[in-house]
Design a protein. Sequence first.
Length: 228
Amino acid sequence: MTVVELDAWYVYGVVPAGTEAPEGITLVEQGPVAAAVATVPLSDFGEDALAEHLNDREWLEEHAREHEQVLRRVAASANVVPFRFGTIYRDRAHIEALLAGRRDELVGALEHVRGRMELGVKVWADRARLAAGAEDAAPATGRAYLERRRSEQDRAQELRALLAETARTVHARLVARAVDGVANRPQPPELSGRDEAMILNGAYLVAAGDKTFAAEVDALEAEHMDDG
């Protein structure tokens, strides 16, 4: 009995047609655009299998890192509009239909990133350290101390509000230094590979050679590092 391993098409992103594909990557062209793809086994990337793997921290970390590395290789020789991790199509015809149906949108997106680069900024918070710092700051005696002592639920709510406001402030300052930016859904520890809580998972489009964005990142890190 022969077991047939079925494959699917993993789409990393879209590039201009005619781009030279790096080793291991195939280009599926449709008019002025092309999808950078590779075949992957459905045993790993089929709908049910992928849903199970999303709970496997080691598997996620390995393949998410590979996804980013492929995009970097592609971006080394061409403008690229990246697709999210785990974008799967069953056959080439579906990819061609995607490219044809979204042709104008993708051409515009490629023009938007020309001469620019996408930078990711992630912010993690040590909740235990933040909570301890808040308690240490409370008065040690007297009526003020009693007024500051709230329930665990109240303190947790205040901490969540603090983290949300910090994330909004950091994102706003970074967007002001970028051409464009978006705050994506924070990654869980299973995907980020870190135990701290991710409060910002930002992606920013920055003009190539612009150093003001990196300077703002350094300034933000210096301002918040001691807070946890």
